[in-house]
Design a protein around this ligand. Structure first.
Ligand code: PLP
Length: 285
C-alpha cells in the first residue's frame, strides 16, 4: 500500500504497520545499481549456472532494503519482490530490521558470529535463510537450539525452514581472519550433518585477503577462491556427496566477477549497490 504525499515520496505500510518513507530518487538509484550488478554477473557467468546475489545492507537503513525488495515503480498489481536476498553483519541490527521489514525477505547473516547470540538469531528471525559465517561446533549447537525451538512452535505458522549453514574457511591463513582452517572443515561439516537436525549444510564461505581481492580480475586467479574450491572438493569426497550439493560463497564488490569465473555460486555485494557505509556508531536502522 503506498500513497503519494505532497513531497512526492511514498509512505509504505509494512507488516508492522509502521510508516516508512522512501526517497524516490534514492530508490531509483538503488534499483539501477542492483540491475547493473546483475548484468555484470550475467556477463561473466559463462556456465549459465545460478549465481545468487546477496545485497549486503549492513549499516544501511531499512528503507534502502525496502526500496529494493518492493520498488514502488513496479506495477502495483505485481506482488513479486524485486530482490529477496539481503546480507547483514550485526545481530542487533538484523533483529531490528527483520521486525519492521517484510517476511518475504531472505536474510543472510554473514558477519562475525558470537556464540552467545546464536540461539537468539536462529529462533527470533523465522526468515533468516542462511548463516554464512559459522566456524565452530559450539556456534552450530547454539544455532541448532534456536532453530529447533522455532521449528517446534509449529502453531505459530512461521513457515520457517531448516537453517542453511555455510562453514566459513580461513583460506588466507591470516591470523586475524575468522573461519576454520581448511583441514578442519570436514569435521565441522560432519558435526552439522550428524548432530544438528535443524540445520542444513549448504556450503563454504570465504572473505580472503584484501590484497588478493583488489588484484582479482576475471583473467587472473585468486588463491583464496582456489583454496575454497579445494576445501569443497575434499569435503564432498569425505562426505560422499556430489560437489554441487555444496555451494561456494565468494566474491564481494571488489572481486565478484573474478569469483564467478572461479566457480562462485553466491556473491555478497554491498558498497557497489548501496554506496559507502557510515561508521557503525552513525548507522540508523
Ligand atoms: C561487508 C561484507 C561484504 C560486502 O562488502 P563490499 O565490499 O561492500 O561489497 C561481503 N561479505 C562480508 C562477509 C562482509 O562482511
Amino acid at each position: 500500500m503506498a500513497d503519494n504525499t505532497t513531497d512526492g515520496s511514498h509512505h509504505i505500510q509494512n507488516d508492522s504497520a509502521e510508516a516508512m518513507q522512501i526517497n524516490p530518487q534514492r530508490a531509483k538509484q538503488l534499483v539501477e545499481n542492483l540491475t547493473g550488478i546483475s548484468k555484470r554477473i550475467d556477463a561473466v557467468n559463462k556456465s549459465g549456472r545460478n549465481v545468487r546475489l546477496i545485497a549486503v545492507s549492513k549499516l544501511k537503513p531499512a528503507t534502502d532494503i525496502l526500496a529494493l525488495h518492493q520498488p514502488q515503480s513496479s506495477s502495483p498489481s505485481s506482488s513479486t519482490p524485486f530482490h529477496t536476498h539481503f546480507g547483514e553483519n550485526y545481530v542487533q541490527e538484523l533483529l531490528e530490521k527483520s521486525r519492521i521489514l517484510p517476511r518475504s525477505i531472505r536474510w543472510h547473516f554473514i558477519g562475525g558470529l558470537q556464540s552467545n547470540k546464536c540461539k537468539q538469531l536462529a529462533e527470533q528471525i523465522p526468515n533468516l535463510w542462511c548463516v554464512s559465517s559459522v566456524d565452530s561446533e559450539k556456534k552450530c549447537n547454539e544455532l541448532e537450539k534456536g532453530r529447533k525451538a522455532l521449528l517446534s512452535q509449529q502453531q505459530n505458522g512461521s513457515g520457517a525452514e531448516k537453517l542453511r549453514i555455510m562453514v566459513q574457511i580461513n583460506t588466507s591463513g591470516e591470523e586475524n581472519k575468522s573461519g576454520v582452517e581448511p583441514d578442519d572443515a570436514l569435521t565441522l561439516c560432519k558435526h552439522i550433518i550428524e548432530k544438528c537436525p535443524s540445520l542444513q549444510l549448504s556450503g563454504f564461505m570465504t572473505i580472503g585477503a584484501i590484497a588478493r581481492s583488489k588484484a582479482t580480475t576475471p583473467e587472473n586467479v585468486n588463491e583464496d577462491f582456489e583454496k575454497l574450491r579445494e576445501v569443497r572438493g575434499a569435503a564432498a569426497q569425505g562426505l560422499g556427496w556430489e560437489e554441487d550439493k555444496l555451494e561456494l560463497s565468494m566474491g564481494m564488490s571488489a572481486d565478484f566477477e573474478g569469483a564467478i569465473g572461479q566457480g562462485s555460486d553466491e556473491v555478497r555485494v554491498g558498497s557497489e549497490i548501496f554506496g559507502e557505509r557510515p561508521p557503525k556508531k552513525d548507522a540508523v536502522v
